[in-house]
Design a protein around this ligand. Structure first.
Ligand code: PLP
Length: 390
């Protein structure tokens, strides 16, 4: 039941919430939940008795499904505790001369540079639409050649802007380097094989496509691309990642991976909803800016700002009205920071501070979008009553 609180804001019960924050995390797929419950009591996959063998069989079946999603050989697919760890595994220098080239709009999990010293790390600019400047990549590759490890995301978490991975890979390979692709935001939204086909190493995180949090995977094409072990010890994951496997989480990731074609199949409808959202937003706020609109984007993501509308106030009003959205600022451990992504795209800092993001999922319906629009319209009418179109 919806109600109006003392300040005249529409409030909503938990049952009718519109979850529009799928780029932060996705609701757990029912099949993943069920598979995980079934796997919670399994043994240690390294044990040789029957309980252990059953757990090993579950992990290896899961590996086959995740390798299929990543379109990489099953023997080159390693489970990790999430994408951050998978990226740390992938981003290790393979010699003292190795050089890391990264896009400026990468997630903090890449921008950290992991095993690379600061002076062996170069951050490459993007254009106003958020796409990597290929001329700058070429120039950097000229300087670094085969020493280059290049890390570029397939799609941005804040704006949904898609990077031209095939063109980037072609340039990196011509120079003799290797390409690590953070495909976290693409899994479950676009065809992953097409999006990342030419990359040498690919990283995903299960909770972005209906799986549990705390499970990721790294996969590579050929044996020469194999990373050096990061966590050493018991030799699990063929020595690439020691530590007893998170069996139930891995099984959940596998169930979610099997449901990915269905999620991707829903994206045509989701893209229509997202486009409707942006068109309606522009109807009552013609000065609204949609970030990255000039580039190919994920079908589910809309990052925007309405001049004069404060992002934190808007987020609170949306939350009260039952809409879970997020600000364009990267929110890390509860701290809201100015968005390095929007800054890199040359967005005015005042406008960037008002940035909001809605990210849709397969279960999003038109009523969810309408509720977000209603709330934003009402807020704007209060903020600037005369200027807002009815
Ligand atoms: N890369 C991108 C593009 C992301 O959006 C995220 C999480 O938001 C990560 C990496 C880190 O993933 P995880 O939380 O699994 O470590």
């Amino acid at each position: 039941m919806r109600a109006v609180n003392q300040r005249g804001c529409v409030t909503a019960t938990a049952a009718e919430r519109a979850y529009l924050d799928h780029n932060a995390t996705t609701p757990l797929e029912a099949s993943a939940r069920q598979a995980m419950i079934g796997a919670l009591g399994l043994g240690n996959p390294s044990s040789i008795h029957e309980e252990g063998r059953r757990a090993r069989a579950a992990v290896e079946a899961a590996r086959a499904h995740v390798a299929t999603l990543l379109a990489r050989p099953v023997e080159n697919t390693v489970f990790t505790s999430g994408a951050t760890e998978a990226l740390a595994l992938a981003l290790q220098p393979d010699g003292p001369d190795a050089y890391l080239l990264i896009g400026v709009t990468e997630h903090l999990a890449v921008l950290d540079g992991h095993g690379f010293a600061r002076q062996r790390c170069e951050v490459l600019p993007v254009d106003a639409a958020g796409r990597l400047r290929l001329d700058q990549l070429d120039a950097a590759l000229c300087r670094t050649g085969e020493r280059a490890v290049v890390a570029v995301q397939s799609a941005n978490n804040e704006t949904g802007v898609i990077q031209p991975i095939a063109e980037i890979a072609e340039r990196v390979h011509r120079a003799g380097g290797r390409l690590v692709c953070d495909a976290v935001q693409s899994a479950g939204k676009v065809d992953l094989e097409t999006a990342t086909h030419e990359a040498d190493l690919v990283v995903i995180s299960a909770h972005k496509f209906g799986g549990p949090k705390g499970v990721g995977a790294l996969a590579w094409r050929g044996a020469t691309m194999a990373p050096a072990p990061l966590l050493r010890g018991g030799g699990q994951e063929r020595g690439f990642r020691a530590g007893t496997e998170q069996v139930a989480g891995i099984v959940g990731a596998s169930a979610a991976a099997q449901a990915v074609p269905t999620r991707v199949g829903a994206m045509e409808r989701i893209a229509c909803l997202r486009d409707t959202f942006e068109a309606e937003l522009r109807r009552f706020a013609p000065d609204a800016i949609v970030f990255g609109a000039g580039a190919p984007r994920l079908p589910n993501t809309s990052a925007f700002a309405i001049p004069g509308l404060d992002a934190q106030i808007a987020l609170m009003a949306l939350d009260l009205a039952g809409v879970a959205a997020s600000s364009g600022s990267a929110c890390t451990s509860g701290k809201v920071r100015p968005s390095h992504v929007l800054a890199a795209m040359g967005v005015d800092p005042t406008l960037a501070r008002g940035a909001l993001r809605v990210s849709l999922g397969p279960e999003t319906v038109a009523a969810d979008i309408e509720r977000a629009l209603e709330t934003l319209h009402a807020l704007l009418q209060r903020a600037r009553p005369r200027a807002v179109a009815a």
